[in-house]
Design a protein around this ligand. Structure first.
Ligand SMILES: [Zn+2]
Length: 312
């Protein structure tokens, strides 16, 4: 359980902090129990433990909302749905996304053994009651075309999903989402900035408190996205670093040779390396050095295996 915490945000409103690999969960209790996002399929036992720790074991869930169909958000949903029979909610294109994206860099987005239940589709601008609160649905495409953020206007709480982390955002992959994904992400951040939220809870990282901190965080993301538009290689490096680190998190502790083997088997990795003018090996070495310098990958002194200290 180290590095994981349950933080109360308001009455009957909690965030279960996960980390880099699994998306945070939002838990709304009171008149009903609603879970927003479900973690990675691989870590679903931990998800169950955390829900038990919060006093809401899987069978007590009434509704499950998925912000978007990426493995770290939707991976636990088939299991939680099976155990609870909860209604599933998401953007009205969530079902289409699940059916057509099929897998992302983390694995299949829906477990094929579990038939996909009907999804209660939400549209941009719609108001949706969840627990004792009423949220405004904000469509924030870019990172994923079906992604939604949620805003609770009385307490000014924004659930920003992967559209905005603290000064950063979820990867942008035109290969998967089309070339429009970068300008869309920029517009999504502009929409979030206009809300003037007082608490912003991203899907990865800690809640950001206060209007000024949120505004400056969103400005940093905005600047970054402007750079991505003008210098596409910055976006490519951003994505390559993330995918590389995910490989470490998936397989750690891992030898350098094995990590090389896994990353060089990734189609995008090779094509990004080529577009940036690297040979595959040089690209691997460059990313390993960059991430090691930033302290995101460390070599264990006892056996030389690589692992990451970032919370899962
Ligand atoms: Zn995502």
């Amino acid at each position: 359980m180290s590095g994981q915490r349950i933080v109360q945000i308001a009455e009957n409103f909690y965030v279960i902090l996960r980390g880099w690999f699994n998306a945070n969960h939002i838990l709304l209790t009171g008149p009903e129990t609603v879970l927003i996002d479900t973690g990675h399929a691989r870590d679903q036992r931990q998800t169950v433990q955390l829900l038990e720790l919060a006093g809401t074991p899987p069978h007590t869930l009434d509704r499950i909302l998925i912000t978007h169909a990426h493995q770290d958000h939707i991976g636990g949903a088939p299991m939680l749905y099976t155990q609870s029979g909860a209604t599933l909610l998401g953007h009205r294109w969530l079902g289409y996304a699940i059916a057509n994206r099929q897998s992302d860099w983390l694995g299949p987005v829906w477990t094929p053994e579990t038939p996909l239940p009907p999804i209660h589709g939400l549209a941009d601008g719609e108001r949706v009651p969840l627990g004792q609160y009423t949220f405004q649905v904000i469509h924030v495409p870019g990172h994923a075309f079906e992604m939604i953020a949620l805003y609770e206007p009385t307490k000014r709480i924004l659930l920003s999903a992967d559209a905005a982390h603290d000064g950063d955002l979820g990867v942008l992959a035109p290969e998967m989402e089309g070339i429009g994904c970068v300008p869309q992400a920029l517009e999504s951040v502009e929409r979030l900035a206009r809300l003037d939220a007082n608490v912003m809870i991203p899907s990865h990282g800690f809640p950001i408190m206060g209007r000024e901190a949120i505004a400056s965080s969103l400005q940093r993301i905005h600047r970054r996205l402007c750079q991505f538009l003008e210098q596409p290689e910055k976006r490519m490096r951003h994505l390559a670093r993330r995918v590389f680190l995910y490989q470490v998190l998936l397989h750690q502790p891992i030898s350098e040779d094995e990590l090389r083997h896994h990353t060089l088997a990734l189609r995008w990795f090779l094509s990004y390396g080529e577009q940036l003018g690297y040979t595959p090996d040089a690209f691997f070495n460059d990313l390993l050095a960059t991430l090691s310098e930033r302290g995101l990958i460390v070599r264990r002194p006892e056996d030389g295996l690589l692992e990451s200290p970032v919370p899962m």
